[in-house]
Ligand binder design. Structure first.
Ligand SMILES: [Zn+2]
Length: 261
């Protein structure tokens, strides 16, 4: 590309290109979604702890996950300024499920199943984590709730959605609470998945992890799918073009990774 100081190109953002955030997200207050997520996350941790299935602070895999997260998180602020204030948490759940998530507000969990059954390298862990963090940063859960609010608003809530735009309507808050109950099993759209793949690769690359691991991760996930479908795939629908899209975007993220080395 060269040094093109006198063209607009010089000011183009480095990294992947994704569209604007969905306007639907704005229909529900971010703080409501994040609060709801925080409560569910705490419940999940308590349940895990009561079954002796919560990874203790000194567990090598917990230490490993938190070290990777600490490298990725500082790169998240550019994607969503709220992330700077999030009380990020990273925990390990003892379960054979091939699963991981990052709830709104930066509440991350990995299941031992995804680490062990897929024998994930640090680069691959970073790609899973980046992908999950990208869902949270791009507020895909909030967008889904906004879409529900819009649909329900037209049929049942009436003016609640509109008033929700200007403040927290009690009826809308109820809706968020009900929808919020499903934050752990929220299924994302194909478009959101592609966006999470690309933003996740960039986050990982900037943090010093090889974005090509996004491709090997998917190959492992597909291979596991032939035996018992990973839980992760049920909430993160796979597009057939997923690996192709990641490869097409590799030239945009590889230089970011190489610069960290
Ligand atoms: Zn996803």
């Amino acid at each position: 590309m060269g040094l093109s100081l006198f063209t607009g190109e010089a000011w183009a953002r480095e990294g992947v290109e994704v569209g604007k955030e969905s306007a639907f997200a704005k229909l529900v207050p971010a703080a409501e979604v994040e609060n709801s997520a925080m409560q569910q996350y705490q419940q999940m941790l308590q349940q895990a702890a009561s079954k002796n299935a919560l990874g203790p602070d000194g567990h090598p895999q917990v230490v490993r996950l938190r070290a990777i997260a600490n490298k990725i998180i500082p790169h998240s602020y550019d994607w969503n300024p709220r992330a700077r204030q999030w009380k990020w948490e990273i925990n390990l759940i003892g379960s054979n499920q091939i699963n991981a998530f990052c709830m709104p507000g930066g509440k991350i969990a990995f299941f031992t199943g995804i680490l062990n059954q897929l024998s994930l390298t640090d680069d691959e862990v970073a790609m899973v984590m980046g992908h999950e963090i990208a869902h949270a940063l791009r507020e895909h859960a909030r967008e889904r709730m906004g879409k529900s609010a819009a649909t329900q608003g037209l049929s049942r809530l009436g003016g609640a959605v509109v008033s929700g735009l200007f403040g927290i309507d009690p009826r809308l808050t109820d809706m968020v609470a009900r929808e919020g109950a499903n934050l752990l099993t929220l299924k994302f759209s194909r478009e959101d998945e592609t966006e999470a793949d690309l933003v996740g690769m960039e986050l990982g690359a900037r943090a010093g992890y090889d974005p090509r691991a996004g491709v090997t991760l998917w190959q492992k996930m597909s291979a596991a799918n032939k035996n018992a479908p990973p839980q992760w795939l049920s909430t993160h629908p796979s597009g057939t073009t997923r690996i192709q899209e990641m490869e097409a975007n590799m030239p945009k993220v590889l230089p970011l990774y190489e610069r960290t080395r």
